[in-house]
Write a protein that binds this ligand. Structure first.
Ligand code: F6P
Length: 376
C-alpha cells in the first residue's frame, strides 16, 4: 500500500512555500505513488477538517507563485481560538490525522511551527518539518527559504532610497523585518551599502549614530542611509530588559510577583522595541539633519520567489519525500551546505538562530566603515 501524507503551511507566509509543496508533492506522487492531502490555513485546517487533494494538476504551475496555495495561520494546536474561547485542540488534531488515515504529516514553517510540530510528534503522529521564514532565524539549518527573495527586495529598497536621500540631503531610515534577529537588515545593509546598520543583537547608542551621521556631513556626505531591524533596541532599553529578566528569574518562588513582572516586561518591550519614528525624531534633533522613515513591512514577503529560494525549496522538498519513504520521523529537513540533513526536532525546539557577534557580515560591514550603532 502506498503512503498517504498530509502537508500544511503555518506561520507568516514566505516566498518559496509553493515551490516546497510542489517539490514534496510531485516527488511523492511520481517516485512513490503516495497520496497527498493539503490542509488549509495551518494547524486550523487539520483541526477543522478542511483539506484539498494535491494531485498533479493542483501541483502544476505553482513553482513561481508567492504566498501559499494552502493558506496559512499562526494558530497553535494547544492554544486555538474556537468559538470565542482559547482551547487546547491537540486531541482533535490527532483524531483528524487518524480519521484521514495519514501515515505522516509535513509541517512547513518557522520557529513557532517547529515547536508546535515537536509537541504533536510526541502524540501518536508521524511528523517531518521544513524550515521556512524570511527571518532566517530557524536553529539547526544553514538557511531558510524565503530569506533570499526578501533580502533582494530589501536591498532594492535601500538602493532606491539612496538617490532620494542624496538629492534631499536627508537621513533616511529604512525599517526591515526579521522579528528578533538581524539577518535581513544586516544582509540588506551590507549589500545596499547602508551607512548605519542597527540589529537586535547589537544594542545601539543614539549618540554614536548621530556622531556617525555628523562625521559624514563633515566629510561632505550630506545624506545617510540607516538600515534598522524592526527588533533593534537601544543600549538603555536592553539594560532595562535585562534587569527585568533577572527580577523575573529571582521571583521563581513567587508566582504572583513573577506574573506581574512578566506583564511589566511585555509592556515595556512593546514600547521600547521597534519605535523607528521615535528614532528618526531623536536623530533629527541631535544632528539637525532632516529625517524620513520608510517601513518596508509586508511588501518584503510578497511576490515571486528568487531562483535561489526555488532551488532550496525544491531541494528540501524532494529530500523530505525521501525521508518520508524511509519513515524517518520527528525531524526537520535542514539545509546543510549543498546537501540536506535530518535534524531531530528535539534538538532545535525553543532555540533561535541569532546573528553571532563575530559573524563575517558584521566584520565586513565594520571594515567598510559602516556604523553598527555601538562604536564610531
Ligand atoms: O516571521 C516573519 C515575519 O514577517 C517577521 O519578520 C515579522 O515580525 C512578522 O512575521 C510579522 O507578522 P505578521 O504577518 O503576523 O504581521
Amino acid at each position: 500500500m502506498s503512503m498517504h501524507i498530509g502537508i500544511l503551511t503555518a506561520g507568516g507566509d514566505s516566498p518559496g512555500l509553493n515551490a516546497t509543496i510542489r517539490g514534496i508533492g510531485k516527488s511523492a506522487i511520481s517516485r512513490y505513488d503516495m497520496q497527498v492531502t493539503g490542509f488549509l490555513d495551518g494547524f486550523r485546517g487539520l483541526m477543522e477538517n478542511r483539506s484539498i487533494h494535491l494531485d498533479g494538476v493542483a501541483l502544476s504551475g505553482i513553482l513561481t507563485i508567492g504566498g501559499t496555495i494552502l493558506g496559512t495561520s499562526r494558530d497553535k494546536p494547544h492554544k486555538m481560538r474556537v468559538g470565542g474561547k482559547v482551547m487546547d485542540m491537540t486531541e482533535v488534531i490527532v483524531q483528524n490525522y487518524h480519521r484521514h488515515h495519514l501515515d505522516a504529516l509535513v509541517c512547513i514553517g518557522g520557529g513557532g511551527t517547529q515547536k508546535n510540530a515537536y509537541h504533536l510528534s510526541k502524540q501518536d503522529i508521524n511528523i517531518i518539518t521544513l524550515p521556512k521564514t524570511i527571518d532566517n532565524d530557524v536553529y539547526g539549518t544553514d538557511i531558510t527559504f524565503g530569506f533570499d527573495t526578501t533580502l533582494s527586495i530589501a536591498v532594492d529598497a535601500v538602493d532606491r532610497l539612496h538617490s532620494t536621500a542624496h538629492s534631499h540631503h536627508r537621513i533616511i531610515i529604512v525599517e526591515i523585518m526579521g522579528h528578533n534577529t538581524g539577518w535581513l537588515t544586516l544582509g540588506a545593509g551590507v549589500s545596499g551599502g547602508a551607512d548605519v546598520i542597527l540589529i537586535p543583537e547589537i544594542p545601539y547608542d543614539i549618540d554614536i549614530i548621530a556622531n556617525s551621521v555628523l562625521q559624514r556631513e563633515r566629510a561632505g556626505k550630506h545624506f545617510s542611509i540607516i538600515a534598522v531591524a524592526e527588533g533593534a533596541i537601544s543600549k538603555e532599553s536592553a539594560q532595562k530588559i535585562s534587569i527585568l529578566e533577572k527580577r523575573i528569574n529571582n521571583a521563581a518562588n513567587d508566582p504572583e510577583k513573577r506574573k506581574k513582572l512578566k506583564n511589566e516586561l511585555k509592556e515595556y518591550m512593546s514600547v521600547a522595541i521597534g519605535d523607528t519614528m521615535q528614532l528618526a525624531r531623536e536623530l533629527e534633533q541631535l544632528t539637525r539633519v532632516e529625517s524620513r522613515v520608510t517601513i518596508l513591512g509586508h511588501l518584503q514577503r510578497g511576490g515571486i520567489p528568487s531562483a535561489s529560494d526555488r532551488l532550496l525549496a525544491t531541494r528540501l522538498g524532494t529530500a523530505c519525500t525521501e525521508f518520508l519513504q524511509q519513515e524517518k520521523y520527528g525531524i526537520m529537513v535542514a539545509a546543510r551546505s549543498d546537501g540536506v540533513e535530518a535534524v531531530p526536532l528535539a534538538d532545535i525546539v525553543g532555540k533561535r538562530k541569532t546573528v553571532p557577534l563575530d559573524h563575517p557580515w558584521i566584520e565586513s560591514a565594520r571594515s567598510v566603515g559602516t556604523c553598527m550603532g555601538d562604536i564610531l
